[in-house]
Design a protein around this ligand. Structure first.
Ligand code: FDM
Ligand code: MG
Length: 207
């Protein structure tokens, strides 16, 4: 039996990731391709609850501790990710390890290698769709500025870190267009990835 694809959306805040995740899931459903959504941080777990309080500025924690919590939040989902992919379900994921390293390299000031280390050994994405959005477009989108990290200065530094993390399975998508235009590109890349990884083993981050 063929496995599902591990498809991750990355990008700055308000790039349109959640919208594109929903549109891709619907399009896969329409094609009878089994697919499931996963969001990081997963705020529904015990660890996710602390992360949520930290992002909402209800608690203060050292940036390094928060970094490890974000990674732990992925590790607690490792088995379910693996099992879903193995049974043939494609995962459409809103943020993953690249967000972890890109944001924390800015908030902790530590090297990217340090930030990447806790995620080593987790399942690796087959495709990373990086949604590119300009600082101007970002601010026109609803809810901007409420959570921690939603500041221009942080965002532009995070954008630079993201670029340093890109590998051969990343694609950069211009998210400044209409959501339908963006979706067309996304779907195209996703369908190719689903086809290409069918008989491939699931990769691991940095191993
Ligand atoms: N974020 C997200 C991190 O700093 N590290 C991580 O590992 C992840 C998954 O959390 F500012 C940041 C990115 C963002 C915030 O994410 C909440 P959403 O996608 O905006 O809810
Ligand atoms: Mg956000």
């Amino acid at each position: 039996m063929s496995r599902g694809a591990f498809i991750v959306f990355e990008g700055l805040d308000r790039a349109g990731k959640s919208t594109q995740v929903s549109m891709l899931l619907q399009a896969l459903k329409d094609r009878s391709i089994p697919a499931q959504k996963q969001v990081f941080p997963d705020r529904t777990t015990a660890i996710g609850g602390i992360i949520n309080d930290y992002l909402a500025k209800k608690v203060e924690l050292p940036s390094e501790a928060v970094h490890l919590l974000f990674s732990a939040n992925r590790w607690e989902c490792k088995n379910s990710i693996q099992e879903s992919l193995e049974k043939g379900t494609t995962l459409v994921v809103d943020r993953y390890a690249a967000s972890g390293a890109a944001y924390s390299s800015v908030t902790t000031g530590r090297p990217l290698e340090w930030c990447r280390a806790p995620d080593q050994g987790l399942p690796a994405p087959d495709l990373v769709l990086f949604l590119e959005v300009s600082p101007e477009a970002q601010k026109t989108r609803p809810d901007w500025g409420g959570e921690r990290f939603e500041r221009d200065e942080t965002q532009s530094k995070v954008a630079k870190s993201f670029r340093q993390l890109a590998t051969s399975n990343w694609v950069f998508v211009d998210a400044g267009r209409t959501k339908e235009e963006v979706h067309q590109d996304v779907l195209d890349f996703a369908l190719k990835a689903i086809e290409a990884c069918k008989q491939q083993p699931i990769g691991k981050l940095d191993e």
